[in-house]
Design a binder for this molecule. Structure first.
Ligand SMILES: *[C@@H]1O[C@H](CO)[C@@H](O)[C@H](O)[C@H]1NC(C)=O
Ligand SMILES: *[C@@H]1O[C@H](CO)[C@@H](O)[C@H](O)[C@H]1NC(C)=O
Ligand SMILES: *[C@@H]1O[C@H](CO)[C@@H](O)[C@H](O)[C@H]1NC(C)=O
Length: 336
């Protein structure tokens, strides 16, 4: 984890710059700090019957610990889904904690695509953080944030099997800051879905991954104010993709800056006729006001998959796109 720690230090230096939070609409994270919560009460799930023996169902102990701490405090243990709460923090107090998705890779292999439990899902949670925890081998997606507000996700490692549907982080949310995360998997790295706004994603390492994306986008897409920066992508499907086929609505005010990639199939891949998705009704999602700058590195084979692909919807042509300081070259052959 030394790599992410270095990035954290780098981030603190950057935090002095007023631009750092430009994309967010206000503060993120819980309103009560960890020390204050620990002083209130600690509800350790092992005191309520949880055992790390691969057979005991932690559901009832978790519910009991949660009930015991319902007026504030810290619940110690592994959690699966958190919903309808506020001022919430999910973390490993030693920074060494990991949640193992119970042979997720095997479950996934046996059941085929997209079946199984999400490792960690938050739903309608506000003022929260998730940090210093490792997620390993989910049966399906690793961290999904749905309809959440004012969240911070940081100092995490995610390690999945090399299959589809093992997404790292997916979010459909408002005012979320994700930073200092490394993900090894074979589907989405950090992906924003509709509706979302005020999203800042920075200092991310996508390793042998599907790569990060926005999408796939459907009818009534509403996504704005999204920044991805300092994204390192290695041997993945793409460095960044926007995917749709038909549909309607908008995706606007997007910044994709300071990307480095090597060994990836696609680099910048905006595809509004994405063939993996059947065409849906609508003239296309309107993409506007994009700033894409400072992309460096190499792509696997520039002749077959060039570093910039912009395939905008015929019925909703991309507007106000600025692509600058884009320096990438092919690893195979001598043209791109
Ligand atoms: C979330 O935090 C913000 C300020 O940080 C506060 O204004 C708001 O009331 C909080 N929301 C809830 C539901 O507690
Ligand atoms: C990157 O992924 C490869 C292939 O799964 C793995 O061997 C390697 O350990 C990963 N690197 C890191 C830093 O996690
Ligand atoms: C374009 O997007 C940037 C980044 O979100 C924002 O600062 C700027 O105000 C937007 N420009 C317009 C004309 O909306």
């Amino acid at each position: 984890l030394r790599f992410t720690m270095h990035l954290s230090i780098f981030l603190s230096a950057l935090a002095l710059l007023p631009t750092t939070l430009a994309q967010l609409s206000g503060s993120v994270g819980p309103t009560t700090n960890t020390r204050a919560k620990t002083t209130t009460k600690t509800c350790d799930i092992t005191a309520y019957g949880a055992k790390a023996d691969k057979t005991t169902d932690i559901g009832p102990p978790l519910a009991a610990a949660w009930a015991a701490c319902q007026n504030g405090g810290v619940v110690d243990g592994n959690m699966i889904m958190i919903r309808d709460t506020t001022d919430f923090e999910f973390f490993s107090s030693t920074g060494k904690g990991a949640i193992q998705g119970s042979n997720g890779y095997e479950v996934h292999k046996a059941q085929g695509q997209c079946k199984g439990a999400r490792l960690l899902r938050t739903y309608r949670v506000t003022n929260f953080s998730i940090h210093d925890v490792v997620l390993v081998d989910a049966p399906m997606y690793h961290l999904v944030m749905d309809s959440c507000t004012n969240g911070e996700v940081y100092n995490m490692a995610i390690r999945a099997g090399e299959w589809g549907c093992l997404d790292g982080i997916d979010l459909v949310s408002n005012n979320i800051h994700i930073h200092d995360v490394m993900i090894t998997n074979k589907d989405e790295c950090v992906t924003v879905k509709s509706p979302s706004k005020n999203i800042l994603v920075e200092n991310i390492y996508c390793n042998w991954s599907g790569g990060s994306a926005i999408g796939s986008l459907g009818t009534g897409t509403a996504i704005s104010q999204v920044v991805y920066r300092n994204i390192y992508t290695w041997k993945s499907n793409q460095m960044f993709m926007i995917k749709s086929n038909g549909g309607s609505g908008y995706l606007e005010d997007v910044v994709l800056e300071n990307f480095i990639g090597h060994g990836n199939a696609w680099s910048l891949d905006i595809d509004q006729e994405w063939s993996s998705m059947s065409k849906i009704e609508g003239n296309g999602v309107q993409l506007s006001n994009f700033t894409i700058r400072n992309w460096k590195g190499t792509e696997a084979n520039g002749a077959s998959r060039g570093p910039i692909k912009l395939n905008c919807a015929d019925g909703a042509p991309c507007t106000d796109f600025k692509i600058t300081d884009f320096a990438m070259w092919t690893e195979t052959g001598n043209k791109q």
